[in-house]
Design a protein around this ligand. Sequence first.
Ligand code: S3P
Length: 184
Amino acid sequence: MENILRGLNVYLIGMMGSGKSTVGKLLAEKLNYRFVDTDSIIETVTKKTINQIFAEEGEANFRDLESDVLRQVSAYLRTVVATGGGMILRQDNWSHLLDGMVVWLNVPLEVLVKRLEADDTRPLLHQENLTEKLTQLFAQREYLYKQADICLTIDDRATPEDIVTNLLQEIPYHIKPKFNPDLN
Ligand code: S3P
């Protein structure tokens, strides 16, 4: 698999709670890749939580930081990147994402609701009706998530191991021509 990917980065995209970090870490282990999480990098660099950044500097500033981090990590090779759920919103980010292999973890909304019910680390979800908010965000974003190279539809029972196994099987079918060893 490492040979097939030839160092190409893998970018995990998807809604909050879709398991990008958990799946990403495991995938990185299997590929012998580095793992990074753009939200964690932002928190480390700013020494603030995502909640604090949204509250003190606003979403637009957070999105700027997010784009900066993506630009920097896209200079690496052999890296699995778990992106924040809104990374897909800015068109410019796609030039970096599509330099690698983009994988959408598509998890049903009712599963996301269950996972996020007790979570207070996501500023966009700090409101009364979680189902309504997630439904609205998903409706705004679905067409962007669909731009991924690989769309993995994930059911409730799939373990992170199952998801990674499934993904490793899919990857060879989605290598873009310039990275296809047969064409070089
Ligand atoms: C966001 C997702 C979060 C984080 C921020 C905004 C979003 O990341 O970047 O709270 O807009 O969907 P996760 O997807 O890792 O929760």
